[in-house]
Design a protein around this ligand. Structure first.
Ligand SMILES: [Cu+2]
Length: 430
């Protein structure tokens, strides 16, 4: 779970440099809860205000608020964080309240929000509320709508959430660096009527990407397209939580893209409809069936389906390089090349010399190579039938008849009923 830090102490300390908030105002700043784990937190029901059905942030959490005179007050702290990308690799990123991405901000259409933003980064920042329709001065674009938030300062954004939907937040100050470092989060504005647009399970995540050299911890911020970690909420498979649902649940998955390229997201075993974008909800009469939805840069797509078929269903980006991890991208293609002659000579010099990749690269999925410190092999994940050979933007939708309502715990691997699985044809059958 997240922890509460003593904000009054830190606020008082920050006053040495802060100029935007007076001492009296600082006393009134709500505390800023902190997440210490990349584990998916169970969705919290709203403590005050209108009821709503909360979302489940994959490998993330939702930010608690304080209700003050009818205004929901949140507190984001922009700061350096350590994020586990998957077991075996930790990255030094920038984020909010202890993690990258920052916590999901959930509220209800018509709510008035007061969001305190404290800057503990080594440079200035702002927060832009992507997709939210608000007054000019609250839009968070450094230089255009406000001066940047300097180190140590706390700034206040206050506006009404006039439309339900799925939005994002991220800096609009030194954008290239700050987004490459992992600064982003989700915003979910629930409809006034909790019965409107109701689903049984509602998941959300952001797609992001990093370029972290094996053996190092900090992303290269100037990389334009050649990233080596394709992540969902700053996690790669098998570090991404499975999406666990009960059979026949009406499921919504909200997917935002803050990488520098598009991602065709594909779901196995089901077809879905796009029900929302960062512009709002798609009228039911305008939806059409899909099995893959391309999510462009800076876009958000909400998809919906009935999870009618039990099983473990792959859910992934269809760009094959995006379901791979760090190591091995630079390996030369050598399919069909006969290395044996050269290998014989090399073995004379290096006794353990091994030929790799002359029959494809699948063997790499089961091979445990020596890796530098703090990095991940290209393919990972062990399934019930062997290595899964995936990494990056890949997870599993787990549909189970016996999954209890509102239970998100991992039921383990699926066992198919007898005679419903592909089988090896015995050669003697002729
Ligand atoms: Cu992709």
């Amino acid at each position: 779970m997240f922890s509460r830090r003593n904000f009054l102490t830190t606020a008082a300390g920050a006053l040495v440099t802060a100029s935007a908030v007076s001492r009296a105002a600082a006393q009134n700043i709500p505390e800023a809860p902190l997440a210490e784990t990349p584990a998916t937190q169970p969705p919290p029901l709203p403590s005050t205000g209108q009821p709503y059905q909360p979302v489940v942030t994959l490998n993330g959490w939702s930010l608690p608020w304080r209700m003050r005179d009818g205004v929901k007050e949140f507190h984001l702290i922009a700061e350096p964080v350590e994020r586990e990308i998957a077991a075996g690799m930790t990255a030094h990123l920038w984020g909010y309240n202890g993690q990258s991405p920052g916590p999901t901000i959930e509220c209800v259409e018509g709510d008035r929000l007061r969001i305190f933003v404290t800057n503990r980064l080594p440079e200035y920042t702002t927060v832009h509320w992507h997709g939210v329709r608000l007054p000019h001065g609250m839009d968070g674009v450094a230089g255009l709508t406000q001066p940047p938030i300097q180190q140590g300062e706390t700034w206040v954004y206050e506006f009404e959430m006039r439309h339900s939907g799925t939005f994002m937040y991220h800096p609009h100050a030194d954008d290239m660096v700050q987004i490459a470092m992992g600064m982003m989060g989700c915003i979910v504005v629930h409809p006034q009527d909790p019965a409107a647009l109701a689903v049984d399970r509602d998941f959300i995540f952001l797609m992001n990407a990093f370029d972290i050299e094996p053996g190092s911890y900090t992303p290269r911020v100037n990389t334009m397209t050649d990233f080596n970690l394709w992540t969902w909420n700053s996690r790669v498979f098998p570090g991404i939580s499975p999406l666990v649902v009960r059979q026949d649940d009406h499921v919504r998955i909200r997917i935002g893209n803050l990488t520098m390229t598009n991602h065709p997201i594909h779901l196995h075993g089901h077809s879905f409809e796009v029900s929302g974008t960062d512009g709002g909800w798609v009228p039911e009469t305008a939806r059409w069936p899909e099995a893959t939805i391309d999510v462009g840069v800076g876009q958000m797509r909400a998809i919906e389906f009935i999870a009618d078929t039990p099983g473990d269903w792959a859910f992934h980006c269809h760009k094959t390089h995006h379901t791979m991890n760090v190591m091995g991208h630079d390996a030369i293609t050598s399919i069909g090349v006969n290395f044996e002659e050269a290998a014989e000579k090399l073995r004379g010099l290096i006794p353990q010399y091994m030929v790799m990749g002359d029959r494809g690269m699948a063997e790499m999925a089961s091979m445990r190579m020596e890796l530098p410190e703090n990095t991940l092999p290209m393919m990972m994940g062990e399934g019930p039938h062997g290595p899964i050979g995936m990494g990056g933007m890949f997870s599993v939708l787990k549909v189970r008849a016996e999954q209890p309502q509102a239970d998100y715990s991992d039921p383990g691997w699926y066992t198919p009923p007898a005679n419903t699985m592909a089988y090896r044809r015995s050669p003697e059958k002729g």
